[in-house]
Design a protein around this ligand. Structure first.
Ligand SMILES: Cc1cc2nc3c(=O)[nH]c(=O)nc-3n(C[C@H](O)[C@H](O)[C@H](O)COP(=O)(O)OP(=O)(O)OC[C@H]3O[C@@H](n4cnc5c(N)ncnc54)[C@H](O)[C@@H]3O)c2cc1C
Ligand code: FES
Length: 253
């Protein structure tokens, strides 16, 4: 993990309320994995805490992070021009380690699709990915071209304005028995992960499932305990340091 001064190469709107910021680092970023994240200063003295964003794309010394404008920090970030300098701490956390699996189901919802894109890019074409990506509506759909290496891609929207109507978990469950997935990886809003856990539990957790959690964060490196989540064995874990990727069976959702 390093605290680097990066230069903003571009910062563009890619869908409604969603931006992609590409940062040029002073060194190669090739060893950064999907699931890992960066803690990015917004460049504004008002937001002292950095904002955690999943690593979405890596190209030499450039990394791209995609973010939804939610509050003050991301709103300010969306105004940062190319050429600006931003301090960034990375790579943080663990990642989706798929070494043991040849065929993987990928379930993403909303901003949860971003770390999954890096995971698919770094593992395809050696592995077969069956992707289920859910968006609010057609205006939120983005980055599907980044998933062209998948064996199969199913897109859903809540209102049916693009792809199938419904959500990504429902789409996966419809096909689960007909795809040869040996593991599942998922990232999305808490309600999506909790429904996924309930459904997989009812089926007896036939294959391993790994989820990436998004908790509010402070330091991003294990010191402040802002990001603690509960585990099924009654203990606590720091999402930034022990995660953000956990086995779905280990975390309370
Ligand atoms: C490991 C990790 C990876 C993430 N990756 C991405 C990503 O790739 N793209 C993306 O758009 N977002 C991602 N997030 C969420 C992102 O960090 C928050 O949306 C962002 O920090 C909000 O900052 P803000 O100043 O705009 O909002 P604030 O003013 O701080 O808060 C605005 C709203 O956002 C909610 N919020 C704040 N922090 C988080 C958080 N960490 N998780 C969920 N909700 C939060 C608050 O509850 C509040 O409702 C990630 C979070 C984590 C922990
Ligand atoms: S954010 Fe500080 S311990 Fe996780």
């Amino acid at each position: 993990m390093k605290d680097l001064l990066s230069e903003v190469k571009s910062n563009e709107r890619i869908a409604e309320n969603i931006y992609m910021i590409t940062l040029t680092l002073p060194e190669d970023a090739g060893a950064m994995h999907g699931g890992q994240f960066a803690n990015l200063s917004t460049g504004n003295g008002q937001h002292l805490l950095r904002r955690p964003l999943g690593i979405c794309k890596v190209d030499g010394s450039d990394i791209s992070l995609c973010y939804q404008v939610k509050g003050g920090g991301t709103r300010y970030l969306s105004t940062v021009p190319a050429g600006a300098k931003l301090q960034v701490l990375l790579p943080l956390g663990n990642w989706f380690d798929l070494e043991e699996y040849k065929s993987v189901a990928v379930i993403g919802g909303g901003v949860g699709i971003f770390p999954l894109i890096r995971t698919v890019a770094e593992n395809a074409p050696q592995k077969d990915f069956y992707c289920y990506m859910g968006f609010r509506n057609k205006n939120a759909v983005c980055l599907l071209n980044e998933l062209s290496g998948c064996k199969k891609l199913t897109v859903t929207t809540d209102d049916g304005s693009y792809g199938a109507k419904g959500n990504a978990v429902e789409a996966y469950l419809r096909e689960a028995d007909n795809i040869p997935a040996e593991a599942i990886i998922a990232c999305g809003p808490p309600i999506m992960l909790s429904v996924l856990k309930r459904e997989l539990s009812q089926k007896g957790f036939k294959i391993p499932c790994f989820v990436s959690l998004e908790e509010r964060m402070g330091c991003g490196m294990g010191a402040c305990l802002v990001c603690v989540c509960r585990l099924e064995d009654g203990s606590n874990a720091r999402v930034c340091r022990d995660g953000p990727v956990f086995s779905i069976q280990d975390v309370k959702l």
